[in-house]
Ligand binder design. Structure first.
Ligand code: HXC
Length: 510
């Protein structure tokens, strides 16, 4: 008996070595942690329950039968993050380059199936040379099995991808179909075709970092939702994100203890909007002053900064925030911001996270670039996402809410539940200057007359009261009381039940 116990221990020890000391050192030398070290930091101490530790591939091509490492290059199992269950797979680059063969894929699929059955998020740590070359089409079939599960799990359990090394070729499409992708600066990259192929085909000379590093994907392509300086920070931030999310689409997000007065008044908000309607101000100040303990988890911070998306808590409950940012492009909507916010709104709606929309939007960004690239279709994504959302929706207009952009940003008649405006709100078809130039074109030569017309238009429309008279605004509120009013609105909406007509699925303008 003792021998058998010892053998188990020895085998476990062998599996835990991964690719051995030399390869583990090489991993560390690149500034990367090993697959198991990452899991240890991601999960609560001692909570990891590993499966398939001794699984090995059965490939016999290229003399692979002589190299059958335990675990086959991926560590899988479940554990907890602040006491709540998550499933995790962590590719081990030190074992066969973390490459994906049939067995490796089967291990990932096994825990994805468990996550779906038992209703818990899937966190994938990617660090892999891609399809295992020796396994040929078996490797590709394995990827397809993973992709299919990513698709079926979408909207059922949250899926989070960490890219902590190479992720290239078709392999990128598994993370691409998950809800959030986080990368590590300087040690991770994602691309469909690498720098060498790019050079051959297009004659562009580009490094792996430039082509698919964290900065590229958080600033240019928007493939990734966040970039962190090292593995430790990335894993800690994923723990923080998981705390905001429900375990699955049948459960509500967790309610966390809060130590912030829900009736807290913020007198500084009364002067947040500048006197000059063309002066910017930082919408993040409003978000952090609204949130429990000022805690805001921003998603896609570096991309389309004219719109802000992320999570806060109000009375301990998760709320998704979408807010125009007057500091960037005057907060106007454009293709990138519409796409960014639409995806966020749909995530929140899929997982029953209520939506708070903070509006200061002068309209859509004009120009041929926007029109040629399809701002009509991309803008419609956000409109569609808000319109189909059935979660509680609370909107606060702080200043400008003009034209189509007013409608898109969760207005009352797009099933907004509670629509507030600050006294500084200006709700109209367009700004006063543009409006008078169209309405009084014949008087354009007379500066005095135009100034009087503009003043008249401002008096009439540059306020929240016309909309409030019609019930399009439920109440004009004092800026300092915004936290209290918004928190009470969400509390009132906690029992909200609303559903859309039956359909196989909708046809959102993609
Ligand atoms: C088998 C692989 C491998 C792979 C790496 N290794 N990638 N083994 N299949 N795809 C092995 C190496 O042989 C090596 O083994 C070990 O992993 C570490 O690799 P190195 O090359 O020494 O590491 P490094 O210099 O850091 O380079 C990493 C790398 C490079 C850039 C990822 O290994 C590489 O280019 N790999 C091939 C990438 C690729 O073309 N993959 C297929 C993509 S297409 P030893 O024993 O020496 O330690 C794809 C299609 C998916 O993935 C389709 C889905 C639909």
């Amino acid at each position: 008996m003792k021998d058998i116990l010892e053998e188990l221990q020895n085998r476990r020890e062998n599996a835990r070595q991964g690719g051995g000391e030399r390869r583990n050192d090489a991993q560390h030398a690149k500034g990367k942690l090993t697959a198991r070290e990452r899991i240890e930091l991601l999960l609560d101490e001692g909570s990891f329950e590993e499966y398939d530790t001794f699984v090995a591939h059965r490939c016999t091509d290229f003399e692979m039968e002589k190299n059958r490492p335990y675990g086959d290059g991926v560590v899988t199992g479940w554990g907890t993050i602040n006491g709540r269950m998550v499933y995790v797979f962590s590719q081990d680059f030190t074992v066969l380059g973390g490459s994906v063969g049939a067995t490796h894929a089967r291990k990932i699929c096994k825990i994805m199936d468990m996550a779906m059955q038992n209703g818990a998020p899937i966190i994938g740590i990617n660090d892999s040379g891609g399809a295992r070359i020796q396994e040929g089409v078996d490797a590709l079939a394995g990827y397809a099995e993973i992709f299919q599960r990513n698709i079926l799990a979408s909207g059922v359990v949250p899926q989070i991808s960490l890219i902590m090394g190479p992720c290239a070729g078709g392999a990128v499409y598994s993370p691409a179909m998950t809800d959030f992708i986080f990368m590590v600066k300087d040690s991770s990259y994602m691309f469909v075709t690498g720098p060498d192929v790019v050079k051959t085909v297009t004659n562009e000379h580009v490094t792996a970092e430039e082509l698919g590093g964290a900065t590229t994907h958080t600033r240019k392509s928007s493939v990734a939702d966040g970039a962190f300086t090292n593995d430790v920070e990335a894993l800690a931030e994923v723990r923080r994100l998981v705390d905001f999310l429900p375990l699955n689409n049948r459960e509500k997000p967790p309610v966390r203890p809060f130590f912030d007065d829900v009736d807290r008044l913020e007198s500084s908000l009364d002067t947040l909007v500048p006197e000059n309607p063309n002066s910017p101000y930082d919408m993040k100040e409003l978000i952090t002053k609204l949130a429990d303990e000022g805690d805001f988890y921003e998603i896609q911070e570096e991309f389309a900064r004219n719109i802000i998306t992320g999570f806060v808590r109000l009375e301990g409950q998760t709320v998704g925030v979408v807010a125009n940012q007057p500091m960037v492009l005057a907060g106007c909507l454009d293709i990138d911001s519409a796409r960014k916010a639409a995806r966020f709104v749909r995530f929140c709606d899929a997982f029953e996270i209520p939506l708070l929309t903070l509006v200061d939007v002068p309209g859509f960004l004009p120009g041929t670039a926007q029109e040629y690239d399809g701002v009509i279709k991309h803008g419609a994504k956000l409109l569609f996402a808000y319109g189909e959302a059935t979660v509680p929706k609370v909107t606060v207009i702080t200043r400008k809410a003009y034209g189509g952009a007013y409608v898109v940003m969760a207005c009352k008649t797009m099933r907004g539940d509670i629509n507030y405006a600050w006294p500084t709100a200006e709700i109209a078809v367009m700004g006063s200057k543009g409006a008078t130039e169209i309405l009084y074109r014949s008087e354009l030569g007379d500066a005095e007359k135009i100034a009087a017309r503009t003043a008249e238009y401002e008096d009439r429309f540059a306020n929240p009261f016309v909309a409030a008279e019609r019930g399009f605004i439920d109440e004009v509120i004092q800026p300092h009381s915004t936290r209290k009013r918004v928190a009470r609105a969400f509390a009132m909406l906690r029992g909200k039940k609303r559903s859309n007509p039956w359909k196989k699925h909708d046809n959102i303008p993609l």
